[in-house]
Design a binder for this molecule. Structure first.
Ligand code: ADP
Ligand code: ASP
Ligand code: MG
Length: 407
């Protein structure tokens, strides 16, 4: 049985016209001899009645401290509505379909509400539905605990549902349908001449996603690597080939003759960071502060430790709690708010000299101040002021001539 998992994001489902295009993609897969298993996100974006952000907003108007269990119970509704609506759209076109919640699809998670991990998938009901000739339409982004509580998998988690189901069903491939033509060399909302990557390795896309490229959830890629499943990113609104994500040397799924020689694959960015500097020369106190931040689930990155100070970045939402912790130790500290982390990603940059120098050249030429840097074998990140975000992404995209990729 040749199963293909097809996941459709919120904007792909936003209107009846869009849902017809979605139905076409599913019917085409069926006509091509595949057994489609469909995964859906909540309909629309912030402001639309059943979008995840709208559901969160409804609640925050009532009370701020909603328990994560209740938060999940509220958020899962968006995807459940979407699954029923799409199953009925297929039925209206003469195709038998059946909607499932994540739990009904057999997705069992831990109890870490709002950020749950999938423990196992029992796909019996999905397989039964396929055997009965009904297209399964599964509510993404959710699962159920062993006790029967609904959970969600973290924002953007429908991608995770799709690949996890792909693994559990030994699917031939996972297709992620969205509102762009594939994985691009930068966010096209910021860089209008960003190019579509016809093929990108798991490692590069994992790094891009981890550094802010929202087009796919990083955990979905981790699952795809584990299951060795190729993932396609495609546009719901057209029939362009999109991007195939697989191992670096495995191009058989995508267009053949295109092997990029460039060292940099793309530029990603994350906004809403703050930079914290603690003026403190006692390493024991520094260690205690870091431990307490971790105990409070405050994740830090781009950290530099000097003899007389320690500098790191955190999410702006954690500012109040982090400040309280640092004050407990009577340390002098300062904060630069509204920063962005811009990352240049490319697994082929390993050992290639000159990448950092090109980054610094491009940013300084554009009068962009670098507040901090971090690097690994595959990525160089720079912290810049929030107001410089677009300018920095465009400058780096231009510097590495990423607009020429795959052309
Ligand atoms: P969906 O609702 O379909 O899951 P998302 O909004 O989560 O869609 O992800 C798609 C968006 O990701 C695009 O509209 C685009 O603005 C953004 N994006 C950021 N970086 C990239 C990139 N490198 N390539 C493609 N899209 C990107
Ligand atoms: N609807 C959820 C979100 O907005 C999950 C998803 O879209 O993947 O985060
Ligand atoms: Mg998404």
């Amino acid at each position: 049985m040749k199963i293909v998992v097809q996941k459709f994001g919120g904007t792909s489902l936003a209107t009846p016209e869009m849902r017809c295009k979605v139905a076409e993609k599913i019917i085409n897969a069926k006509r091509g001899g595949f057994k489609p298993v469909v995964v859906v996100s909540a309909i629309g974006r912030k402001g639309d009645p059943y979008a995840t952000d709208t559901l969160i907003d409804i609640n925050s108007q009532i009370c701020r401290d909603i328990h994560p269990r209740e938060m999940d119970l509220l958020m899962v509704c968006g995807e459940i509505i979407s699954a029923v609506v799409l199953a009925n759209t297929l039925k209206a076109r003469g195709y038998e379909a059946r909607a499932f919640t994540g739990g009904q699809a057999g997705i069992i998670t831990d109890t870490n509400f709002t950020q749950a991990e999938i423990l196992e998938i029992k796909p019996d009901r999905i397989l039964e539905s396929i055997k009965d000739g009904r297209i399964p339409v599964v509510a993404g982004f959710q699962g159920i605990t062993e006790q029967g509580d609904f959970t969600t998998l973290g924002r953007g988690g429908s991608d995770v549902t799709a690949v996890a189901l792909g693994e559990a069903l030994s699917a031939y491939a996972v297709e992620i349908f969205t509102d762009v033509d594939g994985v691009m060399t930068a966010d096209p909302k910021i860089v209008p001449n960003a190019s579509v990557l016809s093929h990108v390795s798991y490692l590069d896309v994992l790094e891009l996603a981890d550094k802010g490229a929202k087009v796919i959830h990083p955990r979905a890629i981790e699952y795809a690597i584990r299951a060795k499943i190729p993932v396609f990113i495609k546009n719901t609104s057209n029939s362009t080939p999109g991007t195939v994500i697989s191992f670096e040397n495995e191009r058989s799924f995508g267009p053949k003759n295109i092997i990029s020689t460039q060292v940099v694959t793309g530029v990603a960015h994350i906004t809403g960071r703050i930079q914290v500097t603690i003026y403190q020369d006692d390493p024991i106190i520094n260690n205690r502060i870091l431990a307490l931040l971790a105990d409070n689930h405050i994740s830090i990155d781009i950290i530099n430790i000097f003899p007389d100070k320690m500098i790191f970045t955190i999410d702006e939402g954690k500012k109040e709690r982090a400040s309280q912790i640092i004050k407990e130790y009577n340390c002098k500290f300062s904060i630069i708010e509204n920063c962005s982390k811009i990352s240049v990603v490319g697994s082929k940059m390993r050992g290639v000299p000159g990448v950092m120098s090109a980054i610094v050249r491009a940013l300084t030429r554009n009068n962009i101040q670098i507040l901090q840097t971090a690097d690994s074998h595959t990525t160089i990140s720079c912290l810049v002021k929030g107001e410089d975000t677009a300018k920095a992404v465009i400058a780096l995209h231009q510097e590495f001539e990423l607009y020429k990729k795959n052309k």
